[in-house]
Design a protein around this ligand. Structure first.
Ligand code: 6XA
Ligand code: ZN
Length: 349
């Protein structure tokens, strides 16, 4: 399997996130990706390539994200430091948001207000290297998708961070800035796949991906996740969200209670696979979060490491050109084994 890696990922290394009234150390750390790389090398799995500059990236970004959001992200760090030079020593975190009844159409001049306009939580610190890292992560996903769309590769793994599935067309949150999986799906579409399915197996609902494709009939979005009544991101991810307009019927949410074990989770995966078949997808994107692991510090499912081999094998039963994009997973010491287990299970099936 081709593995494309984001060489700039470590430029994004947030220090603290807001959790229940206090700042705590970030869970989404560069070491996560390093553990996956180390495990790939230890098992001699995959052909590793670093993402290379690509003139087509900006056009692809503009198909998924709003121009004013991309402009905001690109300038965010300089604007943050311009607010107060002392900010250079701090990560930028929002603290005010335009909820119902406020205006989102007027972009405030005040940077702190803009930070809130384009985000939905205070858990996603933005720092000097975040834009470079996120952009190069998007490139990683796009290149993995293009290699698969061209027919050169039957599958690829985009080893990217920061993660992407919570990022919407014009907002960041949940450690995500650019939606890598959505960009991969769009790149597959533009590379000739008429119908693309995105099957998100991260513990958290892929709200960004859902919202980006909600009214489109050419991309089926499916997410298996902790029930949003109790689990982050809370405000989206219910079973009755089925898509809208032309995209009616093209979104499937499979929320499961906290504490769910592998057998029940696998039933949801089988339901998702049945839906991908019914959609007659030409290609598959898998936002691959490993925070369904029993030892994950911020999540609540109970999958064991060996289960991930079976997850990979089930996904392979679809026999579709497939792009995996690395998402969550915060049991740092085990995230490499769990990720490579999925890929190995997929390839050996
Ligand atoms: C709240 C938890 C964010 C979860 C991020 C994640 N700060 N998403 O893993 O998939
Ligand atoms: Zn997650």
């Amino acid at each position: 399997m081709l593995v494309i890696h984001n060489p700039d990922h470590a430029r994004h290394a947030g220090r603290q996130e807001m959790f229940r009234g206090r700042l705590v150390p970030c869970h989404e750390v560069p070491a996560r990706l390093d553990h996956v790389l180390a495990e790939l090398q230890r098992r001699r799995f995959g052909r590793l390539e670093a993402a290379a500059p690509d003139a087509g990236l900006d056009a692809l970004l503009a198909r998924i994200h709003a121009p004013r959001y991309l402009r905001f992200l690109e300038r965010a760090w300089d604007d943050w430091v311009a607010l107060d030079p002392a900010n250079a020593a701090l990560d930028a975190l929002p603290s005010v948001w335009p909820v119902r009844g406020f205006r989102a159409d007027v972009e405030p001049d005040n940077f702190a207000a803009r930070l809130g306009l384009y985000s939905f939580d205070a858990g996603t610190p933005l720092m000097a290297g975040s834009w470079r890292a996120a952009r190069s992560g998007a490139l990683t996903a796009a290149q993995a998708a293009r290699a698969v769309a061209s027919g050169k590769e039957s599958s690829a793994f985009a080893l990217t961070r920061p993660p992407g599935h919570h990022a919407g067309a014009d907002f960041f949150g949940g450690y995500c800035f650019l939606n890598n999986a959505a960009l991969a799906a769009q790149a597959l579409r533009e590379g000739g796949a008429a119908r693309v399915a995105v099957l998100d197996v991260d513990y958290h609902h892929g709200n960004g991906t859902q919202s980006i494709f909600y009214e489109r009939a050419d991309v089926l979005t499916i997410s298996i996740h902790g029930d949003p009544r109790t689990e982050y991101p809370f405000y989206l991810g219910h079973a009755d969200e089925r898509g809208a307009g032309a995209g009616e019927g093209c979104n499937l949410n499979l929320p499961l209670p906290r504490g769910t074990g592998f057998e029940r989770w696998l039933e949801a995966l089988d339901a998702a696979i049945t839906a991908v078949r019914a959609f007659r997808a030409d290609a598959l994107v898998v936002p691959l979060g490993l925070d369904t692991f029993e030892g994950d510090p911020i999540s609540g499912f109970r999958l064991k490491s060996a289960a991930y081999l079976r997850v990979g094998a089930r996904l392979a039963s679809l026999a579709l050109p497939t792009v995996f994009c690395f998402e969550g997973g915060y049991a740092v010491a085990e995230v490499g084994v769990n990720a490579v287990n999925v890929l190995e299970g997929f390839e050996s099936a």
